[in-house]
Design a protein around this ligand. Structure first.
Ligand code: KDG
Ligand code: MG
Length: 408
């Protein structure tokens, strides 16, 4: 048996997704997620213009060999476009292998290590009342962990905060259909650092000590600002502080570690295990935040998480809405199987997306399960996908109050 056809499907049911469809000579179909938010068409081209012809005729069962062939064979290694393309091929081949075995993917990864995977929701609000309302809503839905982002007085729309009011479920989508250029936001780290500790204090006061609280710094602090912040918020016992500093600088995390015991998470913009080499071997982080979709797929993520396990570091796989239900399913199978699972991010997709991608996940009291269908458990309805045309959308650009471009 061999790979008979490779198709790339770009659809936009409320937001853009790039999906790879691999079909074997005996008709088994595997699906892979290749969505790179704001740069979608570059990955679609990488797949259809470069990889598709190389895959036709290959043995679909040789997943490791195909991974190495695409990674080493390109000569040009790493980078989000290359690694998202490889990830999509890898997911599709694992989907096919598990379908052929008649098993849900997690069985091929060693079987379930737990009954379900704890997920965290995104609670946000422009002020504390709206944030508190969102947290209450998620708790009523059964969530035991929430990421909290809130407006900062003096700043307008900022990362992670719903601009559509205190919606409980589908409340934040950063990619904007803003025409030919990204929209712009403004930022001031001093105002943020002065405001946030009080927000965490209020949350603990209102919701008690049981609730797991997460927060995303989105790469905006300098190392010493992040060290001060992590120290200031220690009393509020965060589950993690994510992306405190820009992702490129692994040694910045040393400074934060020297000053605080607030657990640290990083990695959603990383694409390979090498981005983590210093972070893991020096135990500078507590959670690995990579997306299966952006880090070379299931094959690469399993190796990365096994490496992290040796150092007592756990998983916190990226799962915002720009990870398609296929990428999310890949994450859930890994989460269920590995031993060093930490938590899984979960931003439910909108109804149009769930019309296009038919999933078998189940949510129960704050835990997700990928379901027991053979394969990844997600099927794409091509007819439905065809009704949602691609629409250019960008992530915002961030500027300091004096106009300087800053990390978004
Ligand atoms: O595409 C960018 C988003 O995926 C990112 O901003 C979401 O930071 C994010 C998170 O933690 O979910
Ligand atoms: Mg993040």
């Amino acid at each position: 048996m061999s790979i008979a056809s490779v198709d790339v499907i770009v659809t936009s049911p409320g937001r853009n997704f790039v999906t790879l469809k691999v079909t074997t000579s005996d008709g088994v179909v595997g699906w892979g997620d290749a969505t790179l938010n704001g740069r979608e068409l570059s990955v679609a081209s990488y797949l259809s213009d470069h990889l598709a012809s190389m895959l036709i005729g290959r043995d679909e069962d040789r997943i490791e060999d195909t991974w190495q062939y695409l990674y080493r064979g390109a000569y040009w290694r790493r980078g989000p476009v290359t690694m998202a393309a490889i990830a999509a091929v890898d997911m599709a081949l694992w989907d096919i292998k598990a379908k052929k075995a008649g098993m849900p993917l997690y069985q091929l990864l060693g079987g379930a290590s737990r009954d379900g995977v704890r997920v965290y929701a995104h609670a946000s609000g422009t002020d504390f009342a709206a944030l508190s309302n969102a947290i209450t809503g998620y708790r009523e839905l059964g969530f035991t962990a929430v990421r909290v982002q809130t407006g900062v007085p003096g700043l307008g729309q900022i990362y992670g905060v719903s601009s559509t009011g205190p919606g409980v479920r589908y409340d934040y989508e950063p990619a904007k259909r803003s025409g030919d250029r990204p929209s712009e936001e403004t930022w001031d780290t001093r105002q943020y650092l002065n405001h946030m500790p009080g927000v965490f204090a209020q949350i603990r006061e209102e919701f008690g000590t049981d609730l797991r609280i997460l927060h995303d710094g989105h790469h905006r602090m300098t190392p010493i600002e992040a060290a001060r912040f992590a120290k200031d918020i220690e009393p509020y016992d965060l589950f993690w502080l994510e992306d405190a500093t820009p992702g490129e600088d692994q040694t910045a995390l040393r400074l934060i570690r020297q000053h605080s015991t607030t657990p640290l998470a990083i990695g959603e913009v990383f694409n390979t295990v090498y981005d983590y080499q210093t972070l893991i071997t020096e135990r500078l982080i507590d959670y690995v935040r990579s997306a299966v979709t952006h880090t070379g797929g299931i094959t690469a993520m399993k190796k990365l998480l096994d490496f992290a396990a040796i150092y007592g570091i756990r998983s916190g796989i990226h799962g915002p809405t720009d990870i398609s239900p296929i990428g999310m399913a890949a994450a859930l199978h890994l989460d269920l199987a590995i031993h060093n699972f930490g938590i899984q991010e979960y931003m439910p997709h909108n109804e149009q997306t769930l019309e296009v991608f038919q999933t078998s996940f189940t949510f129960d009291k704050g835990f997700l399960h990928p379901g027991d269908q053979p394969g990844l458990g997600v099927e794409l309805d091509e007819e439905a996908a065809g009704t949602f045309e691609y629409a250019k959308a960008y992530l915002p650009v961030n500027r300091l109050l004096d106009g300087t471009v800053h990390d978004w």
